[in-house]
Design a protein around this ligand. Structure first.
Ligand code: HEC
Length: 196
């Protein structure tokens, strides 16, 4: 591949006694060089506004979408009903749940859960279901159309879990100014908490 010294040609100039050979670049080097130029021309065709392709960013988004379709993200697994019920009787969990409730929930549900803008959380009547899983889903995902925020987006996962356990523990308590029942009776949460 590389040129031998026999093929080297002495260039016809001589500066202060210094002469030089015309040494061509190795073939492999030239092929790569020309290859990059050809590639650059082809590449321009995938630039939006210039070429016919949709562009690198759309290509990237398409391959991410294809990868996500091939392996869909797993749904966020909340704690099990048993874990929530156990936490609703665990003083440490209830203490942190009460802190979260005091910071984020009292404005709409009252300091004792009796209800203000939001419904009464102490009675057996639920708009969105009173089972531990249903309460968890309501708190985590919110009811945005009715003004209940999606707390899964702003609280840490263990804060959501703790405040749900605290809400479950409020079942059967007597708030100072209870809001009248809303929704339908669902004692799924009331039964276990009444033992604590
Ligand atoms: C900005 C006001 C607001 C805040 C803050 C708020 N909520 Fe609510 N919440 C609501 C409203 C309004 C509803 C009723 C939604 C409906 O009518 O569908 C509701 C409903 C609920 C329900 C379902 C009640 C049922 O009957 O099914 C639960 C549980 C609940 N909130 C828990 C919480 C917890 C826990 C927090 C704090 C982390 C919280 N909420 C903070 C306004 C609020």
């Amino acid at each position: 591949m590389s040129a031998s010294h026999d093929e080297d040609r002495l260039l016809h100039h001589d500066y202060d006694g210094i002469q030089e050979y015309d040494n061509p670049m190795p073939r492999w080097w030239l092929y790569i060089f020309w290859g990059t130029i050809v590639w650059a021309v082809l590449f321009w065709f995938n630039v939006p506004g210039i070429g016919v392709g949709q562009g690198r960013i759309a290509d990237y988004d398409a391959s991410v979408a294809a990868a996500n379709a091939a392996r869909p993200p797993e749904p966020v697994a909340g704690p099990s009903a048993d874990q929530l019920l156990a936490m609703s009787k665990d003083p440490a969990a209830l203490a942190s749940g009460k802190t979260v409730f005091g910071a984020y929930c009292v404005a709409c549900h009252g300091p004792d859960g009796g209800g203000v803008i939001g419904p009464n959380l102490t009675d057996a009547f639920w708009i969105h279901g009173g089972s531990p899983a249903a309460v968890y889903a309501t708190v985590h995902d919110g009811v945005l159309a009715k003004g209940m925020p999606a707390w899964g987006q702003s609280l840490k996962p263990d804060e959501v879990t703790a405040v749900v356990a605290y809400v479950i523990s409020l079942q059967g308590t007597t708030p100072a100014a209870p809001k009248p029942p809303e929704g339908t009776a669902d004692t799924a949460a009331a039964t276990p908490a009444s033992g604590s």
